[in-house]
Design a protein around this ligand. Structure first.
Ligand code: PLP
Length: 425
């Protein structure tokens, strides 16, 4: 079974001949028994290890790692990362509210996104008794003008980075590729210059940002973007009275879902250091998936098996509303039995793991080799569900959202209660 299982491994509980999947040292079967399914289970180490690796890799240069809150917005996850020194990359007023709840310092917050509202701008400028946030990453002329008028009304200046679209192919899935001209994101090179020459009076142009896509497996695309970015910074500094003080390099790198070999965090960091050390620029990055992706799994219980000529269907109690990536953009998640004995029996059959939702798209994993012996009641673990898992969950088909559990060593705690029917209306 080729799966990214750093903090999730089969272990035999005391006095047991049977192995079960554990998160760190906690049995996932026990967690499912206690909290029910579907259930998100996270490992603290799963978040902290990649975060610390990023920090180490960027140590030679001034930097801020702003966790992309949209990838996993559980307040306990945010608190954990904040405690470890992370800032936050936000894309909505709701996320700003969460940042406030965990007391994230404003000077470590950037506000991204192509459609900020007036209310969101006001709230961000008012953050921490009016100290505000580190930067609004602005994506259009109209947005800049609106931000200017909001800042003027508050008699302040809004700190801004212009999001430059470097027209680079991130070579990732089209739905998570954002750095091409044809994407809705960012400003073209010429627009950046035009805006920078006519910065409105209540805007303070501090930086430039890029974000070319997610799940990037090829550092050369990033390097191409860095080169274009550096060139724009140099050009801007020729006429700006106050030079650009920081660049925001966007989201992190890809992770292993199946058999992808992502760049090493160390190499990614080294590439950044190579291009930006000595420039005097502070470096921001906004990783989500790199930190959270392999820190969590979604546990589901098998309901029924339906056998067909071509394949079997395993109908499980998790569905597309709990984990949207497979139906939204063909995201692949490895699926393994929680009971080790069912993992390598040699009686695997071609199986689709499907949820109960009334949509053919409600398939969590197609054409998987899974044991014929898996039957009603058996637990399956859907791996790499720590990022864009619960945070994308909804209640379609009036299905209450699942619970979330955090494991640390041999202990676990419920970090979000399962929704009930009463939460639905
Ligand atoms: C989604 C997003 C991120 C996070 O991307 P990951 O691939 O999860 O690291 C960062 N920055 C921006 C602007 C985004 O839209």
């Amino acid at each position: 079974m080729t799966a990214p299982l750093d903090n999730f491994s089969y272990q035999n509980p005391k006095n047991s001949k049977k192995g079960f999947l554990h998160a760190e040292n906690v049995s996932i079967a026990k967690l499912a028994e206690k909290h029910g399914t579907p259930l998100y289970v996270y490992s603290e180490k799963g978040f902290l290890e990649p975060f610390k690796a990023l920090k180490r890799a960027l140590k030679p240069i001034p930097h801020t790692i702003c966790f992309a809150v949209k990838s996993n917005s559980n307040p306990k996850v945010l608190a954990l990362l904040k405690q470890a020194g992370a800032g936050m990359d936000l894309v909505s007023g709701g996320e700003l509210y969460l940042a406030r709840r965990v007391k994230c310092p404003g000077n470590k917050i950037v506000f991204s996104g192509v459609g900020k509202t007036e209310r969101e701008m006001k709230e961000a400028l008012a953050y921490q008794q009016g100290k505000g946030i580190f930067s609004f990453n602005v994506e259009s002329v109209e947005e800049l003008n609106l931000l200017n008028s909001v800042a003027r009304a508050k008699k302040t200046k809004a700190p801004v980075a212009l999001r430059f679209n470097p027209d680079v192919d991130a070579k990732t899935h089209p739905y998570i590729s954002t750095g091409l001209k044809k994407n809705k994101f960012g400003l073209e090179r010429s627009e950046v210059f035009e805006l920078a020459k006519n910065i409105p009076s209540n805007i303070q142009l501090k930086g430039l940002s890029i974000h070319i896509g997610s799940q990037i497996l090829d550092l050369s695309a990033l390097e191409e973007a860095f080169l274009k970015l550096k060139e724009v910074v140099a050009e801007l500094n020729r006429f700006l009275k106050t030079p650009i003080s920081f660049v925001d390099l966007g989201g992190g790198i890809g992770i292993t879902y199946k058999d992808e070999v992502p760049p090493k965090i160390e190499d990614y960091g080294a590439l950044i250091v190579k291009h930006f050390s000595g420039t005097g620029l502070r470096i921001l990055i906004e990783p989500g998936r790199t930190i959270a992706g392999n820190a969590g799994v979604l546990i589901t219980k098998t309901l029924f098996r339906k056998s067909r000529d071509e394949k079997d269907f395993l109908v499980v109690d998790a569905a597309m509303n709990d984990l949207m990536r497979p139906s939204l953009y063909q995201g692949y998640h490895a699926i393994i039995p929680v009971e080790q004995e069912l993992a390598n029996r040699g009686d695997e059959v071609n199986s689709d793991v499907v949820g109960p939702v009334c949509e053919s798209a409600d398939c969590l994993g197609a054409n998987r080799a899974l044991s014929k012996s898996i039957s009603s009641g058996d637990l399956l673990a859907i791996l790499s569900a720590g990022a864009y898992g619960f945070s994308m969950a909804g209640t379609y088909n009036s299905r209450p959202k699942p619970a979330e559990v955090m494991v640390k060593g041999s202990t676990s705690r419920l970090i979000r209660k399962r929704e009930t029917y009463q939460d639905l209306p």
